[in-house]
Design a protein around this ligand. Sequence first.
Ligand code: ATP
Ligand code: MG
Length: 647
Amino acid sequence: MKAPFKAKISMKLVISLMSVVVVSGISSVFISLYVINKNVMGQAYDDVQSNLNTARHIYNERTKIINMFINHLSSLGYLQAAILQNNRSLLVEKLIEVKRELGIDIMNITDSNGRIIARANSYAVFGDDQSGDEYVKYVIDHKKSCAGSDIITRDQLMLESNELADQAYIRVIRTPRARAINKTVEVNGLCKKAAAPIFSGGRFIGVIYGVKLLNNNFELVDRIKKLLFKDERIGGYEIGTVTIFMDDLRISTNVKNRNGERAVGTQVSEEVYRKVFERGDVWLDKAFVVNRWYLSGYSPIKDLDDKVIGILYVGILEEKYNRVRRNATIFTLMVILITAFIAGLLSIYLTKSIVTPIQNLVEASKQLTRGSFQKIEVKSADEMGYLCDTFNGMIDAISERDRKLKEQTEMQMAQSEKLASLGRLASGIAHEINNPLTGVLSYSTVLYEEMKDPEYRADVKVIIDETLRCREIVKGILDFARETKIDKRPGNLNRIITELLSIIEKHVNFQNIRIKKDLAENLPEIYIDANQIKQVFNNLAVNAADAMHMGGELTIKTEYDGEKKKIIVTVSDTGSGIKKDNLTKIFDPFFTTKDTGKGTGLGLSVTYGIVQRHNGTIRVDSEEGVGTTFTIEFPVEPAGNGTEKKQ
Ligand SMILES: Nc1ncnc2c1ncn2[C@@H]1O[C@H](COP(=O)(O)OP(=O)(O)OP(=O)(O)O)[C@@H](O)[C@H]1O
Ligand SMILES: [Mg+2]
């Protein structure tokens, strides 16, 4: 029985606790993964966005510097003078010097109509009309400087130098997922341009402009990359890359192809092209760049008319964030796993701490039903501990009651055995004495009647009286030994007690004694020998009075216990009480503590015998100096069962 019980409770507990652990574990795994992914990727795109912003800033800063120089040059007096004097050689010389210093590719001056006066590259070529150039045109129209990005045609480049035209030349490499184009080479260039008006004495006399060709010039992209990513690498791959597109073509980049060369000439994916190029939006997303996944940011490059002509790109290798994500995930999973493991152990421990005392209780209860009083160890101060404590208290109470009960029954058994053998002995003697006593009595009576001498007559009277006393004693012995006849009829104990009390309360012995009656009204009639029962209560009342010669209270109480079908009568006094040692002897015939001649010690023996003959029991509780209570129980037997039972 123990095993299934144990299995049930502990299994239930373990399962319920573990299910909490598992459910919360699984949900925290999902929540953590979601949060990690969201945070890492959110952080990643923040990085991409801010890197793209920085790149844009550097890109624009370059244009501003060129613009600043051009503006500075336009204000130089000797240049203005040289223009007015048409001193071309001075102008050319100055332009070549400035072009070298600034590190730009084209440095030209036109007249107020946009015709070239001086050019730094092919200085022999001049007079060509540049008023069609958007920037030059803007300066002529507005008499204000301007700067920005622009497309420069091969023709324009050829005018400057073959080297520049060659630098711009890019072979288009077919790229998967890119927009379909039918050109195989790109000959135009993407450039930065700044132009400023030249005035002399308030008169507009010309335009000075500078151009920096971006095709195949990697200085800018590499500088941006170095600033943003410091040449960091993951798994041999550079963590960050920067590209400048013209249209959708890579014209300057540090993205490498499979051969480790710069992927110049490859295209951006069509998806990005549509969004950034055609709609002018910024794009932030994962993108497959040449051969790896990058978290990418694309920003449009616009010309003076706000038309998109190129794209600036910054990408961060996704692997970087994958690593962060992987590490965070592993760490989180480890924490969750360890926590779940600890929670699991805890739940087993908890279950054990709950189930063990229950098992102990069950075991102890089983022992209890087998009659062995086993206490359990109280380990905790909680409800379980309280329960164990209460159980132990119960064990104490039961074992104490058991002990008392055993003691009492043992005592009663010893007593009744002793009294039974005493009874047999006494009745034997009494029978033997009875006959000679009858002889003595009848002869002494005859003698008494015939005796004339009053002196002798008195002596014979003594013989008669003492013989009568002996006969009383013999009768008492026979009463005790249940040898007297018994005449049971239906009777009411309350009535017998009331009759008796009305007689004895007048007796001189009861002068100082208050008699209290507490009689139950529902007392059923039982089969009794009224005279003998009267004798029982008389004996008890007389003993009580003897124990209270200084006065006191005598209480007679009757009760009916319907469940046990018993009438219980208690006779209590507030007298001297009985010494503990004497408690087992008081029912013995001839046991008395009274002076010789005062008591024969037969009263309680006779009482005992009569109660036995009514199938009842009698017991005593007494405390010295406090009082004594005799309790008699009579069975209420069904009618017709009232015949005497001899044991
Ligand atoms: N109510 C009582 N209070 C104190 N002691 C008692 C009481 N009843 C009985 N005893 C003790 O029990 C003894 C035996 O009582 P029991 O009635 O058998 O004999 P007795 O009273 O001494 O003599 P008898 O009754 O034969 O005249 C008494 O001597 C007394 O010591
Ligand atoms: Mg007596």
